[in-house]
Unconditional design. Structure first.
Length: 290
């Protein structure tokens, strides 16, 4: 997939725009979630079992999104599209742009300050409904990733410049569960070889096999329009040359209606490509049209 397919614009936010005349009444406000960094519907760091839209089982929805994360030494942005069909299947396409610090650019004699990665995703809802069924909604998905250049990944010892993550997610909303407020949680198990989501390649001298990594999210709806919560993402350790830490964030989202979502988060990415204490801000803005 060419890196020209999806162009990154408007730094510092995430925007999702669904196509007209599609889904309008299907789901409760906030159940469409956000767009995850790799393009799938869910939280910011991890995909959920919910799909990227408010479509019901006789509707479709589409979305356009951008995301930007600024931490101490790096910047990561993502832009793409997602479409969900009849509350059953989700397709997504994203391009990530990872901006490197000057010290790494000079030290490795890089011709570009950016690493780009294209991500194609598919998700299928197997059973359940996050709100209405007694058990969680469960979905399975995959995210196929391709780097535009393998120079940095190869230098660090990665085995491949492309790879496919497989995951299963369970999501449940408990109405009035916390002092009368709605509670939402998600658990995702991901089979992956990716180093830093694939931005540093796949596999390495320490491990070149799939490993199961756990991811989770929990949030409380303080009102129909406000959600606060936190996320956790476990990471593999395949490269002996660089340390890789688990990721966490604390977020707040505001949804005045089904057309707009504004989200801010504090993220802690730990050590990324030799740079320690990578902490900073994730900002998002979401819009859905039917």
């Amino acid at each position: 997939m060419s890196s020209k397919v999806v162009k990154a614009t408007a730094a510092g936010c995430v925007i999702f725009l669904a196509s007209p005349s599609m889904a309008a009444e299907g789901k409760i406000l906030a159940t469409a979630g956000l767009s995850q960094l790799e393009g799938s519907g869910g939280g910011g760091l991890t995909p959920w079992a919910t799909l990227a839209g408010y479509d019901s089982r006789d509707e479709t929805a589409a979305s356009f999104f951008m995301t930007d994360v600024n931490v101490s030494d790096y910047r990561l942005s993502s832009i793409g599209v997602a479409t969900s069909f009849y509350d059953r299947v989700e397709l997504s396409l994203a391009q990530q742009t990872f901006v490197l610090p000057a010290s790494l650019i000079t030290g490795l004699s890089l011709s570009s300050e950016q690493i780009k990665q294209d991500v194609v995703g598919v998700k299928v809802r197997l059973y359940g409904d996050a709100v209405y069924s007694a058990y969680p909604q469960v979905s399975v998905g995959l995210q196929h990733k391709q780097l535009d250049s393998d120079f940095v990944a190869s230098y660090l010892g990665a085995k491949d410049d492309s790879g496919t993550d497989l995951y299963a997610s369970a999501t449940k909303v408990h109405l009035g569960a916390v002092a009368g407020y709605n509670l939402v949680w998600n658990v995702t198990a991901r089979a992956t070889k990716a180093n830093e989501m694939g931005l540093l390649g796949f596999g390495g001298p320490d491990n070149n096999d799939y490993q199961i990594m756990m991811e989770g999210s929990v949030g409380v709806l303080l009102s129909p329009n406000w959600v606060v919560g936190m996320e956790y993402r476990q990471k593999p350790s395949n490269l002996s040359s660089v340390e890789e830490d688990n990721w966490t964030d604390v977020f707040v989202s505001y949804m005045p209606n089904k057309s707009v979502n504004i989200t801010a988060a504090y993220v802690d990415l730990g050590t990324v490509a030799t740079k320690k204490d990578q902490k900073g801000v994730y900002l998002s803005m979401t819009g859905y049209l039917w």
